[in-house]
Ligand binder design. Structure first.
Ligand SMILES: [Zn+2]
Length: 113
């Protein structure tokens, strides 16, 4: 799994940009990230991780690295329990198969539209 070499938050554009060590640059809109929040409150404890429609105007209030493996995002709606691992961010990135922004669910890591 590629590691990030640069992470940049643009509040004006409402996107998180991640440059990966393999040269891929992923642009992830904040509402898209909110929709894919992997935390237990959003997803429960099963093997299914589903996209949940989020406020299209939701922003990010805070961002911090969690160890070397993840990004902790605090969203503008007050939700702050999402720990986004680099692997998860790469999995939902539009450059990862299936190509494009994904709105569906992952079952055991396999995407279902
Ligand atoms: Zn969550």
């Amino acid at each position: 799994m590629p590691q990030p070499v640069d992470v940049a938050l643009s509040r004006s554009k409402g996107v998180l940009s991640i440059e990966w060590e393999d040269g891929v640059v992923s642009v992830l809109p904040i509402p898209y990230l909110r929709g894919w929040c992997p935390c237990a409150a959003c997803q429960g404890h099963g093997v299914v991780v589903a996209f949940h429609d989020a406020d299209p105007h939701v922003g990010i209030e805070g961002m911090a690295e969690a160890g070397a493996y993840a990004l902790h995002l605090r969203f503008g709606d007050g939700h702050d329990s999402g720990i986004f691992t680099w692997a998860w961010l790469r999995q939902i990135a539009p450059e990862s198969p299936p190509l494009g922004y994904k709105r569906g669910r992952f079952v055991d890591g396999r995407f279902e539209p």
